[in-house]
Write a protein that binds this ligand. Structure first.
Ligand code: ZN
Length: 314
């Protein structure tokens, strides 16, 4: 069984938002531990996502704390089948079908009240951070509002993220903020869940220049499975593969991976046709092989590249 990695799963958010238990899974869920195990996923970035939440009960920091508590309870609740936060040894020994190792990704830094506070999130398992989600916040401008880049305060947070040895995620940033980050960051830069702008023009997708920039700095770009940014109407597996093959051509086989975003604010009906859940990930490996990608590269794209980049910061 092939070992897959996925750089973007809104596990805590989706479980709470849709009232679907992650450990037991749910008939309507593309995510869920049973699906991840069936697909051979052994490593994933699990998000703390509060930016879009109209959560009236919690402050952003409170909501982030609640999502982290959700992850902290998973190892025991899953009988050891979920590891949080995973270390290098966990990832190295995880057998596909038996264990899923998680590390934390903060999708939008609303919960971070000051750069120094990032240390607290680091201690609780966050290793990847994106400054903002779609819109402008105090740290940076988002992709749905093209007006600016990283703010002066945002550069301080970038420095702190670098100092802690964390990874930057450019998904959801404005084009200018991506430029700023590529110019300023000393740490690794990834895109956890994006498409290719050359294949389908959308503010959430990365230009070839940005794809290349991330690859040049040793990062990895993860392909999102959300039809809404892959093309017009519902995407097919062919559409998905067009994005993946283009990213591969631009970045090279060492710098492309998967970042499905399953259940991340969209349902099964917006997954590419032919993919119903994480259990169907092996069809991506088959589609790569059919397009002439050799076995070693298929393995890197399906999991090896994320294992390399993510274990470096565990
Ligand atoms: Zn997202």
């Amino acid at each position: 069984m092939r070992s897959f990695a996925d750089a973007h799963l809104d596990i805590a958010w989706a479980s709470v938002h849709y009232h679907r238990d992650f450990v037991s899974g749910h008939p309507d869920s593309a995510l869920g531990l049973p699906n991840l195990l069936a697909g051979g996923v052994t490593l994933a970035c699990a998000t703390v996502f509060v930016a879009a939440d109209e959560d009236e009960e919690h402050s952003p920091a409170g909501a982030a704390g609640a999502q982290l508590a959700y992850y902290e309870a998973l190892p025991e609740r899953s009988g050891g089948r979920v590891v949080w936060p995973a270390d290098v040894m966990d990832v190295g020994t995880a057998q596909p079908g038996h264990k899923v190792c998680l590390i934390g990704l903060m999708e939008g830094c609303e919960p971070v009240e000051s750069p120094e506070q990032m240390t607290d999130y680091y201690k609780r398992g966050i290793r990847v951070a994106g400054l903002t989600w779609n819109k402008r916040n105090r740290w940076a401008s988002g992709c749905m509002e093209e007006s600016g880049g990283i703010t002066p305060e945002g550069f301080e947070l970038v420095q702190e993220i670098d100092r802690l040895g964390m990874i930057h995620d450019v998904s959801h940033l404005s084009r200018r903020a991506v430029d700023d980050l590529l110019g300023a960051a000393h740490g690794r830069i990834i895109a956890s869940h994006v498409g290719s702008d050359a294949v389908f023009n959308h503010p959430r997708n990365l230009t070839d220049e940005h794809l290349k920039g991330i690859a040049k700095l040793g990062g990895v770009v993860g392909l999102v499975f959300y039809s809404g940014i892959l093309g017009e109407g519902r995407a097919t597996l062919d559409d998905l593969m067009r994005h993946l093959m283009h990213m591969l051509e631009v970045c090279g086989a060492d710098h492309v991976g998967l970042g499905s975003d399953l259940d991340g604010g969209f349902g099964r009906e917006e997954l590419p046709t032919g993919i119903r859940s994480a259990a169907d990930f092996p069809c991506i490996a088959d589609a790569l092989a059919e397009r002439g990608v050799d076995e070693a590269d298929v393995d890197k794209i399906c999991g090896g590249n994320w294992r390399r980049v993510l274990t470096a910061v565990m």
